[in-house]
Design a protein around this ligand. Structure first.
Ligand code: ANZ
Length: 878
């Protein structure tokens, strides 16, 4: 009668854990030796509490860390397993503009939903450590860290960040006075102001985030979007490029993620080369990674924003160039640089001289060259660069090959797509290394050697030098939104109320958002806070200077840059994290989350952590030791046999609440771990949930008595000694599951438990000690069911801290084995011997076997080859 009833068991145990604070973790051990297993900090990427609630992708990683944590507690570890909310974000603000409901209200509702859903899944989070990035107590420290960044400059000599007060001030600046010194310091801080383009949508009267712009139009309403320069805050992450590259070396991260970060940082080495402008004293400086192709540079390109453009144009070209620049202003960098997008450009009207050939080449203006990379100008070598090739073929510019490909070279797919008929032969761009041709004195030189030689030559002649460049850009750290952390900064105003460019730090944190303020778009590109109530926005400093608050807000990335530090010591009112607590817990031992965060979140968080490390606030230079990306869960396979990404529009989204209602949280947890390897992408299948549910129901029947009127133990479960076979089976399961958990191989761990239950449920006598140990092994995966069984087996308290059952490995080996006995390589008998039998025992047993003895009779044994546990062979003569 009492069938497996997840709906009864699960809420009971969730309430029990809550009531008993089962998973609250002391910040520091209370006595020596309290945690013989050491510490484990297992972290999930905290979610953005969206209005649509949890989806089945969330519990995948969360279940994985939860299993690891539960297993670790049973192994005597001090476990930190926190959860919180990445709660700032655009949707709540957009919702507020539409409905008038304050983002704080919406955010709180969404968090409540997420918390309820997560609690219903039985995760062993220490909920007393919950934080939301929108909590004032949290973001006061986000603001504090920002001020640390603001107070830091990167000293290239020591390769680390130092207090701005230690920045050496050149004498000539010093002599200009205090303001000059302040401006000089401002030019070196890790946080600095800069005019950067934003997506301004005149029709909506607001600035849009990149993700709100699709093909140059607003996502809402499809209105044109302009790129407009606006004063912004930038973070000088580029200063840390090398540190962020080097730091990757020691991390236990997937190679693919490291590669993504390396590519994003994009360190390249090459040369800067000066091309003298014809008829002028000035030169146009380019950055190239292929100085060996200088002889093939048949034209040059400057970015439309290049400062020299105005002086390059002539009366004939001015109009066309200006029109071109206006058009380019509407395009994003991505639009401009995508391969095989149609190339556009205009001739500037000027020429420059190739420093090696002495030949003048035309200078073009084209938007496939970006102002933000290298020098914003290039020498174009169409024969060996695909974008230059596309441009040259579009505008009929000369293509001169200067690198001879190796004999076995075949054009790649991309190169093949660019094939052109030139003078009757099909030609392709060649972008690899080879041997120089058409390159004067350098003909015959291999690419690598040529690069070194030409850089030396250019350096000697004073027209070039070696240079390093990074793809990484400084981080645009301000948003024109209301719902974000306010910057703790004031601007000094002049007599007319204009910003002077000088800034003061807010001494008293936190700076909260203004209350009772209608932050709807006001029709200007400036942020909504620019219309905040005057008492929030302005003040007069003690020295009489009029001040206005910074009205940009921080991007959503800010809060997620350091939440793992706050979890360690979330209620500390004096410091962003207590020193001792930080030393004890950091680095995070296991960090699990989606691959979509492989670059930005992880890079930004690492950057902040490096700065905090340089400034002596944390004890490790890297925050995350081991990183794992869980694979994506796709929708149920469709009629065409394929599985697609879950989406509302496809109608294939699985709601975890429904699964919990139908099968229970333990089934959901078990299924998500059983679907396949954690890191793999895999389709959802409801039949699979059904399958693991049946397994759990079988576990229930194996240990409890379904025929009884009330819940009680199955009569087969008795206080008797296990048989040798039963003992071996449970030990094998304990060992196998434990090892698999450590390898994060949860699917195989579950298979092992299923195999065990298949055998055990068929036994008519089920020793209690075996049932107990199996219950403990099941606990990390299906904690509610395990707690329920544990209680039925006669235990009063939670099994959460029960030691993981021990395995005497010697008992694992099968006690007897059957081995073949050979005479001169022919099998003459099969022998059953003790598995532990050594060479001598084996030889003796074989000799005493009648069949073997017959074959040895009258022969002399010249050699015995015996492999204990495997085989024995007698080599005989005569
Ligand atoms: C001549 C050349 C010849 C180039 C050749 C490449 C191949 P990475 O490797 O990514 O650093 N470049 C330089 N500045 C640019 C800018 N602001 N916008 C667009 N392209 C720019 O790329 C460096 C190469 O990208 C440079 O080397 C330059 O083209 C181009 F056979 O110079 B190269």
């Amino acid at each position: 009668m009492p069938r497996y009833d997840a709906a009864r068991i699960e809420p009971f145990w969730q309430a029990h854990w809550d009531e008993h604070k089962t998973f609250e973790t002391p910040t520091l051990p209370e006595r020596d030796g309290e945690y013989p297993g050491g510490k484990l900090y297992a972290l999930d990427m905290f979610p953005y509490p969206s209005g649509s609630g949890l989806h089945v992708g969330h519990p995948e990683g969360y279940t994985a860390t939860d299993i690891v944590c539960r297993h670790a507690r049973m192994n005597g570890k001090h476990v930190l397993h926190p959860m919180g909310w990445d709660a700032f974000g655009l949707p709540a603000e957009q919702h507020a503009i539409k409905t008038g409901v304050h983002p704080r209200v919406t955010t709180k509702e969404n968090i409540d939903t997420f918390r309820r859903q997560l609690k219903a899944l039985g995760f062993s989070y220490d909920w007393s450590r919950e934080v939301a990035t929108t909590d004032v107590d949290y973001f006061r420290w986000t603001q504090w860290i920002f001020l640390e960044l603001y107070d830091t400059w990167f000293d290239p000599e020591s390769g680390r960040g130092r207090p701005i007060a230690e920045l050496p001030i050149p004498g000539e600046i010093e002599s200009e006075g205090a303001e000059a010194v302040r401006r000089y310091q401002d030019g070196h801080r890790l946080a600095y102001q800069h005019e950067a383009p934003v997506n301004w949508c005149p029709a909506l009267g607001t600035v849009l985030a990149n993700e709100e712009v699709i093909d140059g139009k607003s996502e809402r309403g499809n209105h044109p979007v302009e790129r407009l320069p606006l004063r912004q805050w930038m973070l000088r992450i580029t200063a840390y490029a090398d540190r962020l590259l080097d730091g990757l070396e020691g991390l236990d991260w997937p190679e693919s993620v490291k590669a993504l970060q390396r590519n994003w940082i994009g360190r390249s080495t090459g040369a800067e080369v000066d091309f003298k402008l014809v008829g002028r004293d000035e030169a146009l400086r380019v950055y190239t990674t292929r100085p060996d192709t200088l002889y093939g540079a048949t034209y040059m390109v400057v970015a439309p924003e290049h400062p020299l453009v105005d002086s390059l144009v002539t009366d004939e070209t001015r109009e066309a160039v200006e029109a071109y620049r206006r058009d380019a202003a509407f395009k994003s960098d991505l639009d401009r640089t995508e391969l095989s997008k149609e190339k556009t450009g205009v001739f500037s009207g000027s020429h420059a001289v190739n420093p090696l050939t002495g030949q003048p080449v035309p200078v073009w203006v084209a938007d496939y060259v970006l102002m933000g990379y290298g020098t914003g100008a290039i020498m174009a070598v169409p024969a060996h660069d695909t974008r230059d090739w596309e441009f040259a073929t579009a505008f009929d510019l000369p293509i001169v090959p200067v690198v001879d490909p190796p004999a076995n070279w075949k054009p790649s797919k991309d190169e093949q797509k660019l094939a052109r008929e030139i003078d009757g032969v099909t030609r392709y761009p060649f972008t690899g290394a080879g041997t120089a041709i058409n390159s004067g004195e350098f003909d015959g030189t291999p690419t690598g050697e040529f690069k070194i030689a030409v850089i030396k030559k250019l350096t000697d002649e004073g027209v070039g030098s070696e240079a390093v460049n990074y793809k990484l850009r400084d981080w645009l750290f301000s948003r024109q939104h209301f719902w974000g952390e306010p910057f703790p900064l004031w601007h000094e105003l002049d007599a007319d109320g204009n910003l002077t460019g000088l800034v003061r730090v807010e001494e008293s944190l936190p700076v909260d958002l203004p209350k009772d303020f209608d932050f709807k778009p006001h029709g200007r590109p400036e942020p909504p806070l620019d219309e905040a109530p005057a008492e929030w926005l302005y003040k007069t400093a003690d020295d009489g200077v009029r001040l206005k608050r910074e009205t940009n807000s921080m991007p959503q990335w800010a809060g997620s840059c350091w939440y793992y530090l706050r979890f360690v010591d979330p209620r500390n009112g004096d410091r962003f994290v207590g020193e001792e607590a930080e030393k004890h817990w950091l680095p995070v031992d296991l960090y699990i989350g989606g691959a979509e965060h492989a670059v930005l979140h992880l890079l930004y968080a690492r950057f902040w952590h490096h700065v905090l490390y340089d400034r002596g606030h944390v004890s490790t230079s890297e925050p995350f030791g081991k990183l794992v990306n869980q694979g994506m869960i796709l929708g149920e396979p469709e009629a065409d046999g394929r599985a697609y990404k879950m989406s509302k529009s496809r109608g294939n989204v699985v709601n975890p609440d429904d699964v919990v209602a139908d099968y229970g949280a333990d089934s959901l947890r078990l299924y998500e771990m059983f679907m396949g390897p954690l890191e793999q992408t895999k389709p959802w299948q409801m039949s699979g949930v059904e399958g693991v549910y049946r397994f759990l129901a079988r576990v229930w029947r194996t240990i409890t008595d379904e025929d009884a009127d009330e819940v009680r133990l199955n009569p087969a479960v008795r206080d008797v000694e296990p048989t040798e076979e039963q003992e071996r089976a449970i030990l094998k399961t304990i060992k196998g599951v434990g090892d698999d958990i450590e390898k994060l191989a949860f699917n195989t761990a579950i298979s092992k438990m299923m195999e065990f239950v298949n055998g055990f449920s068929a036994d008519s006598v089920r020793p209690k000690s075996v049932a107990e140990r199996f219950t403990l092994v099941l606990a990390p995966f299906a904690p509610h069911l395990a707690e329920e069984l544990w209680r039925l087996l006669g235990h009063q308290s939670s099994l959460a801290y029960e030691p993981w059952p021990e395995v005497d490995e010697s008992k694992l080996v099968e006690s007897t084995v059957e081995i073949p006995v050979q005479v001169n390589g022919k099998v003459r008998a099969k022998l059953t011997v003790a598995a532990a039998a050594d060479r001598d025992a084996l030889t003796e047993a074989a000799r005493s076997d009648a069949a073997v003895a017959r074959h040895l009779d009258g022969k002399s044994v010249v050699k015995v080859v015996a492999v204990p546990g495997r085989m024995i062979n007698f080599v005989v003569k005569g």
